[in-house]
Ligand binder design. Structure first.
Ligand SMILES: Nc1ncnc2c1ncn2[C@@H]1O[C@H](COP(=O)(O)OP(=O)(O)OP(=O)(O)O)[C@@H](O)[C@H]1O
Ligand SMILES: [Mg+2]
Length: 221
């Protein structure tokens, strides 16, 4: 098992962001890995999870052969987002949170947005939506989530808004229409996603996402 803890040095974070400053070229594997290890020292990579995790790293590094492990279930493309579905507790949310931390550090020290994406769970989005209904001063607008990149965690775990409206289905539909990159982690497979949000969403999934299945034992055991 590979552990990222071996390279924990905050000075390396500073150095790496320093090198990246004012540099809009692609982030190298080496810089990414240094920052990743520094920010998530306890992140471990089980051998059986390497193909999934490395493919996701390669995607964010924008390597044209990011699907070298052949794990993408549909036609791979760097222009699509990522839909990662599968077993409970394998580390989907932890992985995206760790990449999110790297992206946030890079974007705050440089102008480079390659690894930057806003992140929200579907349940939290519903909570914010409800809060906004009762608070006219709220700055929450569902439309904000139709633009830019977005990571949506726990797709399918949320309830329908007021028991009738599929808010997240609407977000997915609008983001597909605008060709925006979306990253999704979920326990629901594509058929279940189609069943829940409708075939119009199911039909759009392969166009919108590189689809990855992540199976394995839960870290929670
Ligand atoms: N790479 C990792 N190294 C060490 N521990 C990990 C790793 N990934 C996840 N864990 C641990 O396992 C727990 C479950 O991980 P996580 O919540 O990311 O799984 P998940 O796949 O998102 O689960 P779910 O499908 O239930 O949402 C985390 O709380 C974390 O402590
Ligand atoms: Mg999760």
């Amino acid at each position: 098992m590979i552990s990222s803890s071996s390279e924990t040095h905050s000075t390396e974070v500073t150095m790496s962001t320093e090198i990246l400053r004012n540099n809009h070229s692609l982030i190298s594997k080496r810089h990414f890995w240094k920052l990743f290890c520094s920010l998530s020292p306890d992140f471990k990579i089980k051998p059986e999870y390497q193909p999934v995790i490395y493919s996701i790293f390669r995607y964010f590094l924008q390597l044209p052969d990011f699907n070298a492990f052949g794990i993408i279930k549909n036609t791979p493309s760097l222009d699509k987002g990522l839909l990662v579905y599968g077993d409970y507790g394998v580390g989907k949310s932890t992985l995206f949170d760790a990449i999110h931390k790297v992206g946030r550090l890079i974007v705050t020290h440089t102008q480079n947005t390659q690894l930057w994406f806003p992140s929200i769970s579907t349940i939290h989005m519903l909570t914010r939506y409800y809060e906004a209904q009762n608070n006219p001063g709220s700055n929450f607008k569902l439309e904000h989530y139709f633009h830019g990149k977005l990571y949506l965690d726990d797709l399918g775990k949320e309830e329908k808004a007021y028991n009738r409206e599929e808010l997240i289905g609407k977000v997915l539909f609008e983001r597909h229409r605008r060709k925006r990159k979306t990253f999704v982690t979920t326990n629901e497979n594509p058929s279940a996603i189609a069943a829940r949000y409708g075939n119009h969403i199911g039909d759009r999934l392969p166009e919108m996402f590189n689809i990855i299945k992540w199976e394995g034992k839960s870290w929670r055991e």
